[in-house]
Design a protein around this ligand. Sequence first.
Ligand code: RRO
Length: 312
Amino acid sequence: LTLATTIADRHFKTCLMNAAGVRCQSDRDLNALINSNAGAYVTKSATPAYRAGNPEPRMKMIPQGSFNSMGLPNNGLDYYLDFVLKDQAKRPDATNFLSIAGTSLADNLAMLHQIQDSAYNGFVELNLSCPNVPGHPQQGYDFDATKETLTAVFDFYTKPLGVKLPPYFDLAHFDQIAAVLNQFPLTFVTTINSVGNGLIVNYETETVAIKPKGGFGGLGGASVKPTALANVRALSQRLNPSIAVIGVGGIMSGRDAFEHILCGASMLQIGTQFGYEGTKIFDRVAHELDDIMALKGYASLDDFRGKLKTIN
Ligand code: RRO
């Protein structure tokens, strides 16, 4: 049995990796991922310069998953580009993901010019869905702005690039975002980012749970799995076959991983549960997924990817 997967001719020995933002901000975090059984890593979304992020408390564990308003704390693009370039020199056959999340079009274009002009040949995950920077709406919800960004990006950028999307909740919105994305030579889309602007209330103290944005923050983990599966499925059904779908949202077990692949995912990212469990989660979920495939008689992900059945 193999959990191997391929995206745009890049081979990954397993389909499991971290989700951007979780345990991937420092070189120590990233080296732990390199030394784990994850099939790849993605770096914390970068801005051009270091950002401290939002005031604390800004993250809460909740029974159904996680709740955050980190506000894009990161070490700046130079830090992550330097890390991936050094790693690429050491391991030229490994493809990884550099995440960027400029808070303006100009910032995204400046970072992509720097990456284009560097020796980096891995994937870039352009985050269009951060819910937590005050004053900056999630761009993925603005279809015209998304088209404008991708038009400007593909005017010069020629390396493999995908976008990280927010969750959509209406079939008309799936149609609209897919119609925009299908106009561009994207390598992949990653879906979903956290379910933005939820509110957790502390009943005892009658206060919000986190400090930024009056308590509003992004939900992740088990409670978002049905939304994630719907987005993986709906986008798989609508995007050009050349655009791979990377599934993220509520993956805690081999069964969750299996469901994401059935809905069309080619690669799986684990956020909340990786935060709670650490790198051993890649061994556990791989083992559980392998057991499910053995039980069902599947030898590779291709045997069941996207083959979710509907009821006639
Ligand atoms: O840093 C964050 O607050 C953050 C980002 Br950039 C994101 O894309 N998704 C998220 O849940 N948190």
